[in-house]
Each structure stands twice: as C-alpha cells, then as structure tokens.
Write a new protein. Structure first.
Length: 252
C-alpha cells in the first residue's frame, strides 16, 4: 500500500505507486536507444524497482515510463515483454540496441597503434605526461578491465608508449629510489607515475622555460580513431541515427 499523501514512505512500505517520476533525480536517465546506455539503464532501472519493492513481473508495468516513445513501442512489440520473462527481455534489449558495440570497444591492435604513435612524441612537462596517461588508460584500461590483455601487457604497453628519452629519465629515477627494482619484468605503473611526478615537478626553478614551449593541452587522443575495423564506420553512422532519433523522441 502506498504511503499517505504528504508523507514519505519508508523503505519497507515503498511500492510501485511511489516510484519516482520519469526525468527526476531519483529515476534512471530516460533511455532513448543509445547503445552505450542500454546496460546502465537496465541496471539502474532494476535497482530502482528493487528499492521500491516492485516484483520482477511488476517491472513490465512501469518500464515504458522511463524510455522514449520509440523505445517503448519496440518494447511493447517484443514477445519477451508480453511473456514477462525478464532475463530474456534484457537479453533481447541488449541485442536490439547493439550492446555488443560496447563489448568490442577496443582491441589489442588499437593499443598497439596508440603506443606506436605516442612513443615518437615529445613529453616536456607533467601536463603532457597526464595527457598521455589519459589516452593510455582510455584504451589500455578498458582492455585490462575486460580481460583482453594481461597486467604485464598493460604495464609494458604503458612503458613502451613513452618516448625513449623519457623512459631513460624515469628508469634512472626509479632505480635511484629503489635500487633493487627488477628490470626483468615491466615496471609497476604507479612507480612510473611517481617518477614522472618527480622529474616533471612543476615547482622546479627551471620549469617555466619548458612550460613556455608546451603545445596546447587538449586531449588529442579523443580525436584519433585507433581502430581499423570496417564496422567502426557503420557503428558511428548508426549511433548518429540513434542520437537523432533520441532527440526527436525527447522533443515529442
């Protein structure tokens, strides 16, 4: 039973009638069909319904409130929706909205391409090093988290993507701090970062001259597509169509 008007229901008494209004802060972001958001939407929707004690079958009564009109029409046309089979419904939604594109975001080849490109660049200050970090973790971090590469491969790629003159300075610093550091395995990334923070210490008296010749600090790695997959162009095109459709739906 819903709480009386004007009162806030407790966790135990919350029900389907107490669910937050679509587009409110407590509701999941309205799903408009973007492949990058289907998984997070479904996860947040389940968390919300659990918080309001909505049973699994009851989810089908309210889920269309939290999606765009075109997505709602797709849902209502699914056999899994009418059969109220949540597991199969989720699987079908992920298939229909190309969740596989998220699962195949990067490949080991993309990381190799990134490393080969960056190893010839010049890093003259901490700002440039941070930019390298961001670009590397964008690709390498994703691959590591999805078990596409090993920890040693991750470490080695991070090291090899740095220019040779930088690697020499970093290695000298790390061995100075830790003389017993093994060189038979890729260096731990946290030690590399600490060494970089030391050699690029912005408080150095002679750092100002180096900063003066620095290029702009934009994330140029975001402008480079390291994938050579033919599907990437199709994905980009379909995503634009999805975004355009989502914009139209939200405006309806």
């Amino acid at each position: 039973m819903s709480a009386a008007a004007g009162t806030t229901p407790s966790v135990l008494t919350r029900s389907k009638e107490d669910l937050p209004h679509p587009n409110s802060k407590k509701a999941p972001k309205t799903f408009t069909g973007r492949h990058t958001e289907v998984d997070s939407f479904l996860t947040e929707f389940v968390e919300m319904t659990n918080l309001y004690n909505v049973p699994t079958l009851g989810r089908f009564d309210v889920i269309t409130r939290y999606v765009s009109r075109s997505v709602a029409e797709v849902m209502e046309g699914l056999p899994e929706y009418h059969a109220k089979n949540w597991i199969d419904f989720v699987t079908q939604m992920k298939d229909l909205y190309n969740h596989v594109k998220v699962e195949k975001r990067y490949s080991a080849h993309d990381l190799d391409t990134f490393v080969a490109d960056k190893t010839h660049k010049f890093i003259q200050n901490l700002s440039k090093f941070r930019k390298y970090q961001r670009g590397f973790f964008r690709i390498g971090g994703w691959l590591l988290q999805h078990q596409k590469i090993t920890e040693d491969q991750f470490r080695k790629a991070f090291w090899m993507g740095l220019p040779l003159h930088v690697r020499n300075r970093l290695e000298n610093r790390m061995l100075q701090v830790t003389p017993t550091l093994s060189v038979s395995k890729p260096f731990p990334i946290d030690l590399v970062i600490k060494a970089a923070e030391h050699i690029y210490d912005p408080s150095r008296f002679d750092r100002e001259k180096e900063e003066a010749v620095s290029d702009d600090d934009s994330d140029d790695t975001d402008k480079v597509d390291y994938s050579d997959s033919e599907e990437e162009e199709e994905y980009a095109s379909s995503e634009e169509e999805e975004e355009d459709q989502g914009t139209q739906d939200e405006g309806d």
